[in-house]
Design a protein around this ligand. Sequence first.
Ligand code: ZN
Ligand code: ZN
Length: 432
Amino acid sequence: MISFIAGGGAAEIGASFYVLRLGDTFIGVDCGFRPTAANHDPWNVEKIMPNFDVCPKLDYLFLTHGHLDHVGAAPCLLERFKNLRIFTTEPTKFIALAQWHETLKIAERDKTPPPFSGDSVHSIASKIRVLEVNSEKNFGEFSVTAIPAGHILGAVSLLFNYKGKRIFFSGDISFQDQELIKGAKHDFQVDYLISEATYAGKSRRDRREERDRFLGDVRQIINNRGRVLIPSFSIGRAQEIFEMLRKSDIAELAPIYIDGAARSMTDIHQVFLPHKINRHVNKHYVENVAHRLKIFEQKPCVVIASSGMLSGGASVGYARNWLGQEENAILFPGYIDPFSPGYAVLTTDHGDSVALPEKNRTIRAYIKRCRTDQYHLSAHADQSELLMMRETLNPQFTILVHGEPEDMEKMIAENALGSIFTPKNGEEIVLE
Ligand SMILES: [Zn+2]
Ligand SMILES: [Zn+2]
């Protein structure tokens, strides 16, 4: 028997937790939080967690990459299934550990009960075994090959082989080369495809054109002696944007700073990509609160700070200080959740007020006078690339996950796709 069920991350983006049943073996792929829910109600465990009850037991967990919506809840899963064997790539192990420690830090700062204990983080750290990429690892009843997915440092797709049947989890995948990470390439076929669908129903502008538009806008603000805040995911996007700016003339025109959790994640990038990321990058880190207060007043300057959607973290402080001045800009480099404060900042009209989170978990209104814009520099396949992947891999059946239901339905209808499922969480699909 081969079956698939999602405990989270089907018909939604967030809380990815997929269970593949191969005979009597239950294999988990990813185990993340639902960040949207966290925007409204931080650490409301019921809302942010995937449902672990979708499997009676779990033998293995494979993590595709280190984003919170894929690894955030893994320590809780280990609390539930104590004999779990856990595998991921080495960079993802480091990124995930940093994420779990950050979660504990935020819970302590906000005086909310953490979703898992420090002991759980220690125990998961000691249990993770490293997967080498492009090398088939045999587990007896099945084998798995981790194939680079192009999305962020350490990200892989997973190709399972069970009795000659090939089951492919794309994970979050990107086919276009970025500044630091090369795009994914496939030259094989599979029987079953479990595909992400973040950009189903959407086509994206050419990445190079979008990069030029972004750099042009940053340059214009700097030339007018303004400040630019780039709220960014701490992993992947922050480092890509830094390299993009560093290689451009903007590095000569204004100081570029990195703030928030993006700093420790940049350290990890330096370890694994020493020839790609600038070795003096830590000179760009905002050192402490006093340094940050100075930068609030400095102009022109560029700050890359997490979080990416202004739901918390260092970026919110810059937004509070810079939102009200005409010469400044807040430029979002990727996807923004429609329920996030970042989305409100982007869509509020000039001169109107917009609410931002305060330190004490309240919100306060600020008048928006700065410029805002959004750029599609996301590291996800767009619809045409998703269709191309399906054509290359040529599966018998496809399961779409990690997408908005209406977008997935649109992609299926517009392209008259057959043999394709869009299950809900908890809905089991028996493949054979
Ligand atoms: Zn991701
Ligand atoms: Zn994701």
